[in-house]
Design a protein around this ligand. Structure first.
Ligand SMILES: [Zn+2]
Length: 225
């Protein structure tokens, strides 16, 4: 029987809940739960916990690290990262290599170069497409700003004030997925919810969006750094 670390958190709640983190498990329990309740709960969920821990460890291992010789999932292809010494800082995609060029590169410096690269690519790719689609849908006047931010939980966002926000890490994803994200947020300028009307509008400009949502769900942990 394998062991795992458990942290018991007592909360104002009615049921016991399990949250598997990287390498450890958080058990949230009601204030009054007895030690035995907690132990029984953990014991009955042991198999599930162990499966999840293995899956989490796998995700952690696959996360994106910007380092020489590392792997990067770029536009759905796995490329090898190469640090190349050069006075000029830039990123070049060569066949199967993701080249990061710069002077005396460290992983930290390389990260910054990749960040700048993705930010400028995001602006260049997303702004004209979002604006164009908004024009097509007759909602371009509703856009007050298009912003780019790296957020932990969101790929895109649209505020009621008409601010479209995109996570520039999306530029690592295939263009079809980026186009879906663009459509999703622009369609919110018309419908601020996830109603049937909203999804049929998304479908009319970006058919088969399920495929792109699934792709993101499966691969998004590999796009973060
Ligand atoms: Zn949405």
């Amino acid at each position: 029987m394998s062991q795992f670390q458990c942290e018991i958190v007592r909360q104002k709640r009615k049921t016991l809940g399990l949250y598997v983190k990287h390498r450890w498990v958080e058990v949230r329990v009601p204030m009054r739960a007895s030690k035995r309740d907690v132990e029984t709960f953990i014991a009955t969920h042991r198999d599930w916990i162990e499966e999840r821990l293995i899956a989490e460890a796998q995700r952690h291992k696959n996360r994106l690290r910007i380092e020489h010789g590392g792997k990067i999932l770029y536009k759905a292809r796995e490329l090898t990262i190469e640090f190349r010494d050069n006075r000029k800082e830039r990123v070049i995609i060569e066949d199967k290599t993701f080249v990061i060029q710069g002077h005396k590169l460290t992983p930290a410096k390389a990260r910054t170069i990749v960040e700048k690269y993705l930010q400028s690519k995001a602006k260049e790719y997303i702004v004209p497409r979002a604006t164009g689609l908004a024009q097509h849908l007759g909602v371009d006047k509703n856009i007050t700003d298009i912003r780019f931010r790296k957020t932990k939980t969101k790929w895109g966002h649209c505020t009621s004030k008409g601010v479209l926000q995109y996570n520039w890490l999306i530029m690592l994803a295939p263009n079809s997925v980026i186009d879906y994200m663009i459509s999703h947020e622009v369609c919110h300028l018309k419908h601020m919810d996830h109603s049937k009307r909203f999804w049929s509008l998304v479908d009319s400009v970006c058919p088969n969006s399920d495929r792109f949502i699934d792709w993101l769900r499966e691969h998004e942990h590999r796009l973060y750094f």
